[in-house]
Design a protein around this ligand. Structure first.
Ligand SMILES: *[C@@H]1O[C@H](CO)[C@@H](O)[C@H](O)[C@H]1NC(C)=O
Ligand SMILES: *[C@@H]1O[C@H](CO)[C@@H](O)[C@H](O)[C@H]1NC(C)=O
Ligand SMILES: *[C@@H]1O[C@H](CO)[C@@H](O)[C@H](O)[C@H]1NC(C)=O
Ligand SMILES: *[C@@H]1O[C@H](CO)[C@@H](O)[C@H](O)[C@H]1NC(C)=O
Ligand SMILES: *[C@@H]1O[C@H](CO)[C@@H](O)[C@H](O)[C@H]1NC(C)=O
Length: 691
């Protein structure tokens, strides 16, 4: 009876669901958290490193600049519609003749990055300082402040799918790349102490630094506009786009396999259990599980979400909570690995739920299903401050307090924009692959479900449709992971989930005929076919080289960390590509010591490429083009029927029961869990305060 009452309560809310973001999985942004680790920490503790702001002593982050750019570079009249694109400049280190260091932040507001522009331990700031460069932090169109300020932009939540599609139609990879070309080709800067200077790529060497999607942008620009940048750091760049990105989790599996085998077995078992509960529509244990995770009765959970949640059936609601729960342990693995992440905390609580030393086989293998599910609930509840549920709730609260007439952009702009990019061109849905014994996520986290969500939010159009994101267009134009570039350093992290789409991928279909260049190639010169200058950061995660502070020990000669200088490049800067000692920190904590070697390599590469004269760039206006219609593409093939059979699941349950028939305390162990709960409200305090 309880459920009947609930269902009608839910139905009332369906009207508002269409434009609400209710994604809880598969859309982790590639770089949004990057650097926050340091920035947030420093801000809250006041421990900001010394700022040698010799020239102008204003804080760059409080002084944004704007450039007016065409909304449609490839239309018949590009100037017809424009938007203001934001960027920030740190000029304290610039000396005439120095390079322009262009830090591209990709799919995120540039504000978070601008805060670090006074921090000399910040990677790009240290580069600007070392090379007497002018540092620019550039915002991507449709993120932060850099979007047309239309009524849709001020209130995305209320916009119709058609309204959103019309708003976003010029948010494409190519349009956003052309923004950089136009911006650079026309860049003039007014210094306090010098007259305004034209610092276009023909007058000053431009250098690109980008991580993740931004790293891929650097590589695409190097291919599409050779010579625009004299040196490109393409860090953790997913360059081979793919819709069904189950490989995202293989890095997590690899990391867990080092010394968390029990936790990996449990995550696998939990994924199977949730998959079965969904396939069999079996709420028996599930509802207790959900109530235990969220520490509330169902009715409360849903009422609290009023105006945000509007599932049509109780099973849609359950599905949302299951997705959220299943995704939570991995919420920040890509930035923090295991030991300092939600995953580490999850594993510790899960594995010690009944036995302080844990067991090698894990809880699901040694306890009844009820007790295992209870431990699983406890472990998720303890990390749920990081869940999308918590984040959505936060956004929802913000949205409710936002006036739609004050001219500011919707605070969810970055989220919606990335979803648009993911749904239209980028793909990379992080989903289950049920046929793998190591699989960590339930079957309902799948591509079909993601495409359905795309259609639910944006409707059907040329750009977003049932064929799924059009990853082929970009892969064909830029050659995916076969792309070979002069004057480019590719860096990747050993345990970065995005590495699977990079030039350093170990996917089955990744290139095997390529090699790592062992020396910095001469400026503008082509490598032997297949060779690229790459560096794989041992124990590295997503963007480790750019997010790690620059080693305090780095001296002016360019000697870093354990790198033995063996080769003089220019200006007395020496470096080698080889490690002096073999280091392996096994993800036991930060810093990622090997990141320093990638940083060092980049400095050497820059030194050698900045003076490059063989790469010349001349600006030519973009040609008007008619985009190839998407309509010829076929619907994305639906997923195979799930591999886990109902029979297997029943056996699991029975086996669980027969092992410990005495226990089965059900999930009503709430009170014993409460001390472990990091309450959802803790979201606002951020990661720092939790660990
Ligand atoms: C640069 O700006 C000037 C002045 O606003 C404009 O006339 C010119 O077309 C711009 N050039 C490019 C390449 O956008
Ligand atoms: C089981 O898990 C705990 C907690 O994650 C871990 O400390 C322990 O080493 C694991 N034991 C085995 C045998 O894998
Ligand atoms: C799932 O993994 C298997 C085994 O690794 C692989 O052969 C298969 O192609 C994967 N499924 C999909 C949809 O890519
Ligand atoms: C994919 O996920 C949806 C819901 O998230 C589910 O209804 C569907 O059954 C799933 N497909 C498979 C093959 O598991
Ligand atoms: C490597 O293989 C790919 C795919 O077959 C091919 O396109 C590329 O040219 C090859 N590269 C080299 C250096 O042989």
């Amino acid at each position: 009876m309880k459920w009947m009452r609930l269902s009608s309560a839910i139905l009332i809310q369906t009207a508002v669901v269409s434009a609400a973001i209710s994604w809880k999985d598969s859309v982790s942004r590639t770089s949004v958290d990057l650097l926050r680790k340091h920035r947030v920490g420093r801000h809250s503790t006041g421990d900001f490193s010394t700022v040698a702001n010799a020239v102008g002593d204003s804080d760059p982050s409080s002084n944004p600049y704007y450039v007016e750019l065409p909304l449609d570079h490839f239309g018949q009249s590009p100037g017809a519609q424009t938007f203001r694109n934001r960027y920030y400049v740190q000029d304290a280190y610039y000396k005439p003749g120095g390079p322009v260091i262009f830090h591209d932040v990709g799919e995120s507001s540039a504000e978070n990055y601008a805060v670090g522009m006074s921090d000399e331990q910040d990677f790009s700031v240290s580069i600007a300082k070392r090379f007497n460069g002018l540092l620019i932090v550039f915002e991507h169109r449709f993120y932060g402040e850099s979007a047309p300020h239309t009524s849709v932009a001020r209130d995305l939540y209320s916009a119709s799918p058609a309204g959103l599609t019309n708003f976003y139609k010029f948010l494409t990879i190519e349009q956003a790349l052309e923004d950089v070309v136009v911006f650079a080709s026309n860049f003039t800067y007014k210094f306090q102490d010098f007259p305004a200077q034209q610092l276009t790529p023909d007058k000053a060497p431009w250098v690109f630094i980008g991580v993740s999607y931004a790293g891929a942008r650097g590589a695409w620009l190097a291919k599409r506009n050779p010579g625009l940048f004299k040196a490109t750091l393409s860090s953790s760049a997913p360059i081979q786009l793919k819709v069904d990105f189950w490989e995202y989790f293989t890095a997590v599996e690899d990391a867990l396999a080092i010394n968390h085998k029990n936790c990996s077995a449990d995550l696998h078992a939990a994924a199977d259990w949730l998959s079965q509960a969904w396939l069999n529509r079996d709420p028996s244990l599930l509802d207790q599980f959900i109530e235990a995770v969220y520490q509330k009765g169902w009715l409360d959970i849903l009422q609290q979400q009023s105006g945000f949640y509007g599932p049509e059936t109780i099973w849609d609601a359950r599905l949302d909570f299951m997705r959220d729960a299943a995704w939570t342990p991995f919420a920040n693995f890509q930035y923090y690995g295991i030991s300092e992440s939600t995953l580490g905390r999850f594993c510790e609580i899960m594995e010690t739920a009944y036995d302080p030393n844990g067991t090698p086989e894990g809880v699901f293998a040694t306890e009844t299903i009820e007790r295992a599910a209870a431990a699983y609930a406890k472990a998720i509840a303890s990390t749920s401050a990081f869940s999308y549920y918590a984040a959505s709730r936060q956004n929802n609260k913000k949205r409710q307090t936002l006036s739609t007439t004050d001219g500011t952009l919707d605070s969810s702009l970055d989220d919606y924009s990335w979803l648009w990019q993911v749904c239209s061109e980028f793909g990379a849905f992080q989903v289950a692959n049920m046929s793998r014994p190591e699989n960590l996520v339930p079957s309902f986290i799948n591509v079909t479900a993601q495409i359905d969500q795309c259609l639910g939010l944006f409707g059907e159009s040329e750009q977003v449709n049932s064929a799924g994101p059009n990853v082929d267009a970009i892969n064909q134009k830029y050659q995916g992971w076969y792309l070979e570039l002069p004057n480019t350093l590719w860096t990747n992290g050993q345990f970065d989930p995005w590495r699977a789409l990079s030039v350093d991928s170990e996917n089955d279909d990744a290139p095997t005929n390529d090699t790592v260049a062992t020396d910095i190639p001469q400026c503008g010169s082509n490598f032997p076919p297949g060779a690229q200058l790459r560096y794989l950061i041992r124990d590295g995660l997503h963007g480790s080289d750019v997010s790690e502070d620059v080693a305090a020990a780095a001296d002016n000669a360019g000697n870093f960390g354990d790198l033995v200088p063996t080769k003089t490049i220019v200006n007395g800067i020496t470096a080698t590509l080889r490690h002096a000692t073999s280091m392996h920190v096994s993800l036991t904590g930060t810093p990622i010591t090997d990141a320093v070697n990638a940083q060092s390599l980049w400095i050497s590469a820059m030194s050698s490429w900045i003076p490059c004269t063989t790469l010349q760039f001349t600006y030519t206006a973009a040609q008007a083009t008619t985009p190839a219609p998407f309509s010829s593409r076929k619907p994305f093939p639906t997923d195979e029927p799930s591999v886990v059979s109902a029979a297997t699941a029943t056996e699991t349950v029975l086996a669980g029961n027969s092992k410990k028939t005495n226990a089965a305390p059900s999930l009503s162990i709430h009170s014993s869990m409460i001390p472990f709960i990091v309450c959802i409200l803790a979201l606002t305090v951020g990661v720092q305060d939790l660990f």
